[in-house]
Design a protein around this ligand. Structure first.
Ligand SMILES: *Cc1c(COP(=O)(O)O)cnc(C)c1O
Length: 476
């Protein structure tokens, strides 16, 4: 089937003047994981068995899994080779030294602490800096970041720029922090009470919208002026560097790694989940410049994560991390990565599917309220779209709307989330162009049958984080 609006070539850029514009996946596939195909009839049954909640589906019954980009990357032959060479010594492992060297070189921080994933680092650092009465300020706190801060008794404020809150507005750096609000909040709460200012790059909510170097510089300057700790949440720093090189003046001739280094240089440290731009399935780190803060974190690390030279990771994990952190900055990889997410987003946009604009680095967000405009928010249009994507194409996505964030008033009526979104998150190096074309075809089918889609209701829900385990029914 030919899809209306699809370009003749894959991912061509305007600047490219060569005759061949197709950007190919910059890898050959040497080991394959078969996808089990299923029919629509089978999937209707699987959905019923999963109580219409995609989190309750078996992954083997999913054809294309876009639930998350976290920990779902494919590793390279060199990373797998490293797995065999992992040094599993309890202390002073060779694999740890490779990982530490790479992170130290990139972050410019002297003190590097390994953790088993991002949130373990967050709990240690923000648990130590936080506590009742403390305030944290970010462009947007990722949900585990917010949870760890609030769990310590502190308050977390999100201050993205106004453009970042409007789905259809085009802006090159929608992930930026509102620096006027930052100064206001600091003076209002007093510098002494600010636990840290956290810049999340790219900004996860909204599909990985980038933060400019100019914005990072402004934030750094304000933090310096008030003597406040400035921390980078650097989960997707390589993807962010791609956007800076191609969108911000003065960085055209910098390497991606140098751009990342420059951003780290502005900060007092970083926390990273390596399940994103580490190109591995598990891992994280804390990087710090201040020896006293590093010492305090190291002591906490040893209590709950493990000794300071492995922090909950095995030697083979650390080998794969050291290599993944190098590969993620390769120009061919980053170009393929950002362009392939853009290929999905831009084509959905051309087909008339309402999405958050412009496409970010790791995911495409669909505005389900606009797509299924015949469904009221208390019939969960986002969940209806997630179910349609699975039924029609075996594609697993996640609702980020009133199922995830909705609350009830005292009469039991839904207080909806401001937006009803569906996220298609792209695993790294896992799917190819034809997988993406298949997703576009499935959307074309959904567009054709749009008005037939029925709403859903929640028939069973837990008290917290209801999206993971709730049961749903279709409203007939
Ligand atoms: C994933 C993520 C985290 C948490 O990392 P985990 O490895 O899932 O614990 C923190 N911040 C951002 C921006 C993330 O995307």
């Amino acid at each position: 089937m030919k899809i209306a609006g699809l370009p003749e070539v894959y991912l061509g850029t305007k600047k490219n003047t060569m005759a061949i514009k197709t950007i190919i996946e910059p890898f050959r596939i040497k080991m394959v994981e078969p996808i089990r195909m299923s029919s629509e009839e089978e999937r209707i049954e699987y959905l019923e068995m999963a109580h219409y909640n995609p989190f309750l589906l078996k992954s083997e019954n999913v054809i294309i899994d876009l639930l998350t980009d976290s920990g779902t990357s494919a590793m390279s032959a060199k990373q797998w080779g490293g797995v065999m060479e992992g040094d599993e010594s309890y202390a002073g492992s060779r694999s740890w030294m490779k990982m530490e060297d790479e992170i130290r070189e990139q972050t410019g921080c002297e003190f590097i602490l390994p953790t088993h994933q991002g949130r373990a680092g967050e709990r240690i650092l923000y648990g130590h800096l936080g506590g009742p009465g403390k305030v944290f300020i970010s462009n947007t706190h990722f949900d585990t970041t917010r949870a760890n801060i609030e769990f310590s008794g502190s308050t977390a404020f999100d201050i993205p720029i106004d453009e970042g809150k409007k789905p259809s507005v085009e802006h090159p750096f929608k992930g930026n922090m509102d620096v006027d609000k930052l100064e206001e909040l600091i003076t209002q709460h007093k510098p002494l009470n600010i636990g840290a200012v956290i810049l999340t790059v790219t900004n996860n909510s909204g599909g990985g919208q980038p933060v400019s170097m100019a914005n990072a510089r402004d934030v750094a300057e304000i933090c310096k002026k008030y003597e406040i700790l400035f921390v980078l949440d650097s989960c997707r720093i390589a993807e962010n560097a791609y956007f800076i090189k191609h969108r911000e003046e003065g960085f055209e001739n910098h390497t991606y790694k140098d751009i990342a280094k420059e951003m780290y240089r502005l900060t007092d440290g970083a926390v990273m989940s390596l399940k994103k731009d580490g190109l591995v399935n598990m891992g994280g780190f804390i990087a710090l410049k201040d020896p006293e803060l590093a010492e305090a974190c190291k002591n906490l690390l040893i209590i709950t994560e493990g000794f300071a030279t492995y922090g909950g990771l095995s030697g083979r994990d650390m080998e794969a991390i050291a290599q993944g952190l190098k590969e993620v900055f390769r120009p061919d990889y980053l170009k393929y990565r950002i362009k392939s997410t853009g290929f999905l987003g831009d084509n959905l946009h051309k087909m008339g599917v309402p999405i958050m604009r412009p496409t970010g680095g790791h995911a495409v967000y669909i505005d389900a309220k606009a797509f299924y405009s015949h469904l009221p928010v208390n019939q969960y249009p986002g969940q209806a779209l997630v179910l349609d994507l699975y039924r029609k194409g075996g594609i697993r996505a996640v609702e980020i709307g009133s199922v995830m964030f909705g609350k009830y008033d005292e009469n039991g009526n839904l207080i909806p989330s401001p937006m009803e979104l569906v996220r298609l998150a792209m695993p790294r190096r896992v799917y190819t162009q034809s997988h993406v074309e298949y997703i576009l075809e499935v959307f074309q089918e959904l567009i054709n049958e749009k008005d037939k889609t029925k709403g859903v209701k929640i028939v069973k829900e837990p008290k917290f984080l209801r999206h993971f385990t709730s049961h749903f029914e279709i409203i007939e």
